[in-house]
Write a protein that binds this ligand. Structure first.
Ligand code: NAG
Ligand code: NAG
Ligand code: NAG
Ligand code: NAG
Ligand code: NAG
Ligand code: NAG
Ligand code: NAG
Length: 463
């Protein structure tokens, strides 16, 4: 690509972003209801590295509670907020940037910032922006389920990594802030009731690890690398042409794209400034990158992985127990000691919040059959999110993602109805007689969860 066409596509990227974004540079991008909407044209294409954004406008069904219905149960399953790169990647990014700084003979135009860019990102933990996302998520949950949250304190569990526990605590801070402004609030202060260790051999429904055949499967890594090999050559040619002296592998090209998100979510506390790394790539390239991340999650933790959905069975069986107020029936990843004790797994309440990771959430969604309308993803050609029937890593598991599992009692229906919202998009249920508002009768929904209730193919973990 010549410099002229590069500038043209960048112009297109930047101008179309500002035309669509309701918020402009300099204003906070971190709102309770909408999440991160600045620069949405590009930031919604960062796969699981996208900061949470509301899919309300993408939903064909309103997220409002229908007239004549009252919410009777709510469970949120949340990813942690925006974080620094994982330790291994943080080190790799730092080395890459320093290698570019050492090798490049000059930096100009869009690349000028790289000459003096100082890599100071931490590792693994939430950024300040990520903490604020979780406070906002707590406020939003409080308001959405106010008829319950006013009276009841949610029962809260977190998987044991620091950023997940910190996310639960920030979510609680959001709930408590919302309560202070609500004179009708009566519940006790929320706390993290259970932290499930992410230790070897510990059964944890919020973080996979105990299924050997799954843990050793490398299918998704191969598929992701093959797809990266398809999309990186033209990007590499451009970057190497513009940064004379630099030589980049496929991984390194992708790392520079990752930096756009990681530098943005660490750069300011409110996400108001887009990283200069973002402008090194065109919108078309972001669409490819986003698809690559969706592909990786689908073949790593979703239906594309033989034991991916099995990793979500334990959580589904816990949800069934909560919905039916009856003991957990599961022989997969649940911990029987925890789940048979009312202090660590009560069944007598109607408000729950669990904090987890993107990967486990993908497995839970697929164990529920939430994306059973999604055909196997092409490993060689980008599909649109519509073609994937609403599945995408950026739509399902961005930083601060939240899925709501809710039941409602409606005037014209004797039986309670179930509905699932993923980042404010009502995802019409599968496996049961779904109505035009995406709901099923509770009994029918549970009967449709036969994959999870019968233990799915968990036995193959040990084959
Ligand atoms: C890079 O950032 C670190 C940490 O903020 C700071 O101590 C150091 O002086 C900076 N280096 C340069 C060259 O700006
Ligand atoms: C189950 O949980 C109990 C209580 O926390 C713990 O002592 C035990 O090690 C756990 N076992 C497994 C297999 O997860
Ligand atoms: C920088 O140059 C070294 C030495 O030639 C080479 O091994 C390395 O791959 C280069 N890295 C980049 C990012 O250009
Ligand atoms: C779990 O295993 C027990 C003992 O083999 C069996 O009775 C029960 O039906 C199993 N439950 C599920 C949900 O697979
Ligand atoms: C942990 O899960 C395994 C099945 O993967 C099960 O055999 C074991 O009993 C579970 N341990 C506890 C404490 O629930
Ligand atoms: C549920 O039962 C526990 C005791 O097992 C009790 O402390 C708690 O208040 C009960 N919660 C509700 C919502 O009734
Ligand atoms: C989703 O599809 C899988 C695989 O065909 C099937 O086992 C499962 O029962 C389906 N789930 C629902 C809820 O329809």
């Amino acid at each position: 690509m010549t410099f002229a066409t590069l500038s043209l596509s960048l112009f297109y990227l930047l101008s179309s972003a500002s035309a669509r974004s309701p918020v402009h540079q300099g204003q906070s991008c971190n709102s309770v209801d909408q999440g991160y909407q600045c620069f949405s044209q590009v930031s919604h294409l960062w796969g699981q590295y996208s900061p949470y954004f509301s899919l309300e406008d993408e939903s064909t069904i309103s997220q409002d509670v229908p007239d004549g219905c009252e919410i009777t149960f709510a469970q949120v399953l949340s990813r942690h907020g925006a974080r620094y790169p994982t330790e291994k990647k943080s080190k790799a990014y730092a080395e890459l940037i320093s290698a570019i700084q050492g090798n490049a003979t000059y930096f100009s135009g869009r690349y000028t910032f790289l000459k003096s860019y100082n890599y100071t990102l931490g590792a693994d933990d939430l950024t300040v922006f990520g903490e604020d996302q979780m406070v906002d998520s707590g406020k939003k949950f409080y308001h959405r389920y106010q008829s319950l949250t006013r009276k009841i304190t949610p029962f809260i569990r977190a998987s044991g990594s620091d950023r997940v526990v910190a996310s639960a605590e920030k979510f609680i801070e959001g709930i408590e802030k919302a309560k202070l402004k609500d004179h009708h609030s009566r519940g006790d202060a929320a706390v993290v009731n259970v932290i499930i260790p992410e230790a070897d051999g510990f059964n944890n429904t919020l973080d996979h690890s105990t299924c050997p055949a799954f843990e050793s499967n490398e299918l998704a890594d191969t598929i992701e690398a093959d797809f990266a090999a398809l999309i990186t050559p033209p990007i590499r040619r451009r970057l190497e042409g513009d940064l004379s002296g630099v030589k980049l592998s496929d991984d390194e090209v992708i790392s520079l794209m990752d930096m756009c998100s990681f530098d943005t979510i660490a750069r300011t506390t409110d996400g108001s400034e887009l990283s200069p790394f973002c402008a090194l790539f065109t919108e078309k390239e972001w669409v490819q990158y986003d698809y690559m991340q969706s592909l990786s999650k689908y073949y790593g933790y979703g239906a594309g992985s033989p034991l991916g959905p099995a990793q979500g069975i334990g959580f589904i069986n816990e949800l069934v127990a909560r919905l039916t107020q009856s003991p957990v029936q599961d022989n997969t990843s649940t911990n029987r000691t925890l789940d048979s004790n009312p202090a660590t797994f009560p069944l007598n309440t109607t408000l729950y919040a669990d904090f987890s990771h993107d990967n486990s959430m993908i497995s839970v969604f697929f164990a529920m059959g939430l994306y059973n309308g999604t055909a196997p993803l092409s490993q060689t050609a980008v599909e649109s999110i519509a073609e994937m029937d609403g599945y995408a890593a950026s739509w399902a598991v961005p930083f601060g993602a939240r899925a709501y599992f809710e039941t409602m009692q409606c005037k014209r229906e004797k039986k309670p109805l179930v509905r699932v919202l993923v980042n404010d998009r009502v995802v019409p249920l599968h496996g049961c007689a779904v109505d035009r508002l995406g709901r099923c009768k509770l009994d029918d929904f549970i009967s449709g969860l036969s994959f999870a209730r019968t233990g799915g193919n968990w036995k193959s973990c040990f084959a």
